[in-house]
Every structure is written in C-alpha cells, then in structure tokens.
Design a protein around this ligand. Structure first.
Ligand code: AHR
Length: 623
C-alpha cells in the first residue's frame, strides 16, 4: 500500500473527539468508582431497588444481648428516612457490614470512619474495628455516642495488615440505645486526595485515556425507568446525608454519593469538559423501559406539562450551579460551600438520551432547548436522535434537530465489527450544514459480547473515519465504560474491575491510543492498495492528523487482514527523524494484549509494515 499525505488540503477537526461515557451501570459508581467501602451505609436499600433487598442489606447483627431495628420516626434527613437502632441490654453483639463483596484494606493506609449517631438515654461507646475474613482484628477505635440529637462521630482506622475480605464491625460497649445512620468508611487515599472522592486506581485508568470530556450520569440512568426515576441533579449535591438516594434502573441502588459536584470535580482534575446529560422531561422510551430493549406500544408519558416550568428551571439552575456567581445565585453558593467557589466552566449540556421521538418528547425537548438557548446562548445543547436500530425514530430525531437548529445531536449505535468495517463512509455522507454529531455511545458487538482484538480494531478503523470527519463529528465516547466483575448487566465494557484490580480491555487501548494521540487538524491522504478487492481494501484504514498544541504529526494505520501489509508512506517536507511507534496487535479473539512501544525512523518517504490484525500509531515529534 502507498499512503501519500496532502498537507496542503489540511482541514480543522474537533479537538474533543475522544471522551468518556460514565454511567452507573455494572456497579460503576457505588462499589466502583466511588470510593466508599460500606454498602448500604444509609439503610436505604429497599425492595424497590431489587426484589430480595431491604434496609439491612449487607448488614448483620452477630452475638447476643442486642436487638436491632430499622426505624424512620426521627430521621437524620427527610431524604434519608431509615436508620438503625441497636438496643443493647448486655454488650457482646456487633453490627457488621460486609462492604461490596468484602472490604479491601491495606496495611498502614488511613481509613476515615464516620457515623451519625444519637442516643435517647445515657451516653454510650461503640468499638469500631476492621476484621479480616478469619476474624483477626486489623484496626480498632472507640467512638462515643452521647448526644440526644444526631451528631457525626469520626475515627481514623489504620490496619496493621492487608486484607481483601475485611468487614467493618461496630460493637456497643455499654447497655443503652444506639441510633445510627450514614455509617461510612472511606479511604484517605482517593484520586487526587479528594474527600468523598474516587477510587484512585480506577480514576487514574480513566485519566490515562486523556479524555477531552466526561459524559455523566448516563445513559438510561439519566432519564430513568418512569418519571419518578428520572435522575434529578439536585438530589445528588450537598451534604451526603441530605442527598436523595434512588433505585438504579439497572437493578440496584444509587446512593448519589458520587453526585454532580464530584463529577464536575473529576472533570476538572483530569482536564476534561463536563458533559452532563439530563432527561428531556421524559423517561426511558417515554415510559417504562427494559434497558437494552425497546418496548413497542408502551404507554407514553412525560413530566406533566404543568410541572415542566419547574423542570426547565432545574436545568437552568444546573448551569448556575456550575458557572454562576456564589454571591448572586443560591445554587452557585452551594457549589462554593462544597469547596469550589470558582466556576466549573460548563460548556455543554445533553438533553435526552436515545428517546423515542414522540409528540410528548418533542414538546418537552423544545421547551427546554429554547429556554437554555434564550438564557444561556454560551452553552452548546446536545440533542438526541434516538438509538440507531431498525424501527426506531432516528430520522424523526434528525428532522426535529434540523428544524430547531440544534447545534449537536447524540447518536448511539452498537453494531457488529462488519457494520463498522462496511460503514466507514457513514459520516462522509453527512450534510455539513446540519447539526454536528456527538457519537455518544458505540461499540462493536460480537456474539457472546467479548471485547477482543477483532472488536477493538473495528472500533479503531471506524475512529480513523471519525477523524477524517472531525469537521462534522465533534465528540465520541465508547459505551459502557466500567463493569464490576460479578455485577455486570451489560457486555462488552471498556474496563472491568474488582475490589483489588483494574482490568482494561483491548478496546480500552484503542481508546487510549486515540485519546493520547488526538489532534485538531486532519491531513488528507491518497491511498493505493495493491489488492483491488473491496472487501480487502475495507479492512485497511488510516488517518493523519496534527496536534497544534505540540506540533506533532500522528499517523494511524489499521490492518484488519490476517496478513501483514507493507506500506510506503510519503510525506512531502517531512525531515528525517525518530518517531514513537505504538502497536496493538494479536489474534482476532485475543482479549489480553497491550500496545507495544518502540521507535521508528521517518522521513519524506519511509516504509512501515503493518502487522496482521493491528493498530499502529506513529507519533512524529514537531519539526
Ligand atoms: O450503554 C448502555 C446503555 O445503552 C445506555 O444506558 C443506553 O443509553 C443504551 O441503550
């Protein structure tokens, strides 16, 4: 193959092509990215979350002499109605939390324990300890419960040994009633040391993608299963005990401990644009929804029109929360009180998530869109064109977006590798005068849903086409992002993890190679492939871009053929130099390969042999 660059025909492309899609699916938030180690810390798990769950899920009382009850009469906060009462006649029993599949603790690290407690009687003491799976005590402290009103008690636990299966043990030391809520154990070691922060290893793995934006909180989680399940950002901010937990439509519980403040903070910490996605006043598919499946003929619905003004105001308040002046606006003041007086510099808002484009949707979307546009012309609103499957409202979504002149729309599609290979010209055909595209969810799916070299290379090949179309495609994000082993509702995902390990997939490395080697200028090439068969030609792809921040040139080559391909690259004016080469390759079914780094000499004319089944990225330093 020969590849001849045409630098004179270079065009500007989006510098935000690679971002991340965070959704609380597969235990992505609680038990995942959110570093809290106690499961059901607020006793708010319920049947509503999952059939076999109740407010003592993950808690057990062991030993004699104490009775445990869950009560609601005088809660810590109306949004957090359940709490536990330990009525101790004789000390000896303990309340134990098993964490999310056990608690992983490391010797010498500091863990912040906290509890809101009160007692109707005399003051009492609770011994708080960490025990490993064999019952060995790893750390202990004593907290006093003396107040008749709710009062936060804290202690720092420092384990004397490592454990992967620890539990938290609370043992009343005196006779009396102990009323407890929000029992928390948080590692001091979080990403960037943030309080109420993120699991350091997982967050670092996300940061290493060099995402230019983070979409949150979903996906289907954003618009919820039914109107009552719509994610309301205001429920996710403020002191933890005042946040309003909610059923997660993926079949578990959202504490909201990882809320909008934490999302914004994370974006700032990794230099990514925040991209919140809010429901367009309608829940998943305008009605009850089985995630991943579209219901036909389901009852349509949306927030009643008489409540829509309030809902629109909620969205405007979010912009104020993120960007407003704390002296002028009560939401901005809450941001400042949480520790961030400066604005978060929000620029994008997604409205809707692959919704059915019904009249109910259209009426509400239009109302929200017009209000944001009128009051915040500086914000780019991203609409939705529905999921791209047969029988869905893709066309109607585009028609509405075009009619309203929506600046950008969110497209979603999960397809076979063959689809990605055969549709590389998908965006070549797009009308440049219409809305820009945010490809907000995509992934190559094979039967059995593995994430392997075949899917990773199909995605890489498609991303070279996205770069070529970076004048119409502004952003992309692979979905879903995170999956906890043993708690996965959707495959494939980009990063699997358990309590101890983070396991990036091969698809992760495709995203990383594109994210770490992004640019803002596309340099067209002329390509000649010796073999004239279309099916062969389609399995080879390339793109050449420049990153104006560094001046580096980046050549990406994808080979989805079972043989290597000799490539002669011609780049007029390129001086002799040494470039960095990253190659991701393997057999199609390989799931555990990583890119290899080496160097390569480049010049005006240089040869490179693409390995069979490979993505090669050649980064040529600024000259
Ligand atoms: O990415 C998983 C799910 O796929 C998202 O929640 C939803 O938007 C889509 O159907």
């Amino acid at each position: 193959m020969t590849l001849t660059a045409c630098p004179d025909s270079a065009k500007n492309i989006s510098d935000k092509l690679i971002g991340i899609f965070f959704e609380d699916i597969n235990y992505g938030a609680d038990g995942g990215l959110y570093a809290e180690l106690i499961q059901n810390r607020d006793f708010e798990y319920s049947l509503n979350d999952r059939q076999e769950w109740n407010s003592t899920y993950a808690w057990t009382l062991k030993g004699e002499g104490t009775r445990m009850a869950v009560e609601t009469a005088e809660p810590l906060h109306a949004n957090n109605p359940h709490y536990v009462v330990l009525d101790t006649k004789t000390p000896g029993a303990s309340l134990i939390n098993s964490g999310f599949d056990g608690i992983v603790v490391r010797k010498g690290e500091k863990y912040d324990f906290s509890v809101f407690a009160r007692t109707p009687g005399k003051s009492g003491k609770i011994r708080v300890s960490l025990q490993d799976g064999k019952g060995n005590e790893l750390a202990s402290e004593v907290v006093t419960v003396a107040s008749r009103n709710w009062k936060k008690q804290t202690a720092v636990l420092i384990p004397q040994a490592d454990a992967d299966d620890a539990v938290l043990v609370l043992s009343p030391q005196k006779q009396g009633k102990y009323v407890l809520d929000m029992i928390s154990l948080f590692p001091q070691h979080t990403f960037k040391g943030r309080k109420n922060g993120l699991r350091a290893d997982l967050a670092q793995t996300l940061a290493d993608l060099h995402p230019r934006f983070v979409r949150f909180p979903g996906g289907c989680v954003a618009h919820g299963n039914g109107i009552d399940n719509i994610y309301r950002w205001k429920n996710s901010i403020g002191p933890l005990e005042t946040r309003k937990p909610m059923r997660n439509l993926w079949g578990y519980h959202q504490t909201m401990g990882l809320g909008y403040y934490e999302y914004f903070q994370f974006c700032e910490d990794i230099g990514a644009e925040p991209l919140p996605v809010l429901a367009a006043g309608v829940p998943c598919q305008n009605s009850a929804c089985i995630p991943g499946k579209l219901l036909s003929g389901g009852q349509q619905g949306g927030i009643p029109m008489e409540e829509m003004d309030e809902y629109v105001q909620d969205i405007l308040d979010l912009i104020a929360y993120a960007n407003g002046d704390p002296k002028q606006n009560k939401w901005a003041k809450m941001r400042a009180e949480a520790g961030h007086p400066k604005p978060f510099n929000l620029k994008y808002i997604g409205i809707g998530n692959e919704d059915l484009i019904t009249d109910v949707f259209e009426e509400r979307f239009t109302m929200i869109y017009k209000a944001i546009k009128a009051q915040h012309p500086e914000i780019t609103v991203i609409g939705t064109v529905g999921p791209f499957y047969e029988g869905t409202d893709y066309e109607e979504g585009w028609e509405l977006a075009t009619r309203l002149n929506v600046p950008m729309v969110d497209e979603h599609y999960y397809n076979t590798p063959g689809w990605f290979i055969n549709n590389q010209d998908y965006y070549d055909r797009y009308d440049r005068s219409k809305s820009k595209v945010y490809l907000g969810e995509y992934a190559a799916h094979l039967p059995g849903r593995p994430n392997n070299i075949e899917t990773a290379l199909a995605e890489a090949l498609y991303l070279t086409a996205v770069e070529r179309n970076g004048d119409v495609v502004s952003m992309t994000s692979y979905a879903p992002l995170l999956a906890k082993e043993g708690h996965t509702q959707w495959n494939p995902d980009l990063i699997y993890f358990n309590n101890k390990e983070v396991k990036p997939t091969v698809g992760y490395y495709t995203q990383q190679l594109f994210g770490q080697n992004s640019g803002d200028t596309y340099i067209p090439t002329e390509r000649k492939v010796d073999n004239t068969r279309m099916d062969v030609q389609k399995r080879i792809a390339s793109s050449v871009i420049r990153d104006s921040r560094t001046g580096d040139l980046i050549v990406k080559l994808v080979n989805l053929l079972p043989v290597s391909v000799k490539t002669a690259v011609e780049f007029p004016g390129l001086a002799n130099s040494s470039a960095v080469l990253h190659v991701l390759s393997g057999k199609p079914a390989d799931q555990h390969v990583k890119p290899q780094e080496s160097t390569i000499n480049v010049s005006e004319k240089f040869d490179y042999e693409m390995p069979a089944y490979s993505l090669s990225v050649i980064r040529i330093p600024s000259q």
